[in-house]
Design a protein around this ligand. Sequence first.
Ligand code: NAP
Length: 275
Amino acid sequence: MNRIPLAGVIGSPISHSRSPQLHRHWLRQLGLPGYYIPMDVSTEDLRTVLQTLPKMGFVGVNITIPHKEKVLDHADLVTDRATLIGAANTIIFRKDGIIHADNTDGYGFIENLKTGAPHWDARQGSVVVLGAGGAARAVIASLLDNGVPEILLCNRTRIRAEKLSDDFGNRVSVVDWVQAGNVIEDSTLVVNTTSLGMTGKPELRVPLDGLNKQSIVTDLVYTPLKTGLLKDADARGCTTVDGLGMLLHQAVPAFERWFGERPPVDEATRTATLR
Ligand code: NAP
């Protein structure tokens, strides 16, 4: 019997997630059978839930805060990039019973950048990354993969940035958080991977005075779509790329694996996800 494929997103809390709108839009648009369900799961229940879902017809799930790191302990197979990043955002329940963990955040980040700033050349110069959390690890892995020669990493908690630099090698140098404004001058790209600037959080206060017009500025935060950082960079004539596209693009490989068709990312996808 052919079951209707089920997928979803596991996190806690989960009500803020935009992934259900996104996947449901694609299922409808492509006329595919399937359902996508948000699931609030505690850390204690994570293993049991992951073992039970495939028996109920689930083909995979997205994983979000706070389970992205912990989920690696419950997977049978972890891709090299998820291992390097130390976190997974996508689980595939294989037909042979294997729980396969991958991380597509870096892919989503680069595809978003290619769409929003197609003229950006990874090999041309240094990139400033603000923040050293889980998302920063995915972003840095993808930037290095794409040939960025130097990453200047600034994080409020310096030791966290130093650990990240140790893991990723000598193309990643740590710069003090308070020095961030001084190192952006020569960068081709500035990336905010902190949660600052998100609705309900304080603003990111890195002075952009030294920023040149050729630099691209992107933010992983997408609520609001135009963060204070992006507004400031816009006003200085820089190309800016918002974080929503990353969310959309990171979902593409997962949707394709689960439901069998590669979905498009376009204006209709953005609108449906924000609805
Ligand atoms: P995380 O692991 O908790 O890391 C949070 C980062 O923000 C750390 O670098 C932390 O610095 C910094 N930070 C938090 N509060 C700060 C403050 N008051 N001052 C200075 N720095 C502060 O979170 P994450 O998983 O990396 O996610 C980070 C952001 O990216 C979130 O807003 C998340 O929604 C967003 N995100 C977006 C996408 C997308 O698809 N667009 C994908 C993934 C994540 P410390 O180390 O000093 O605490």
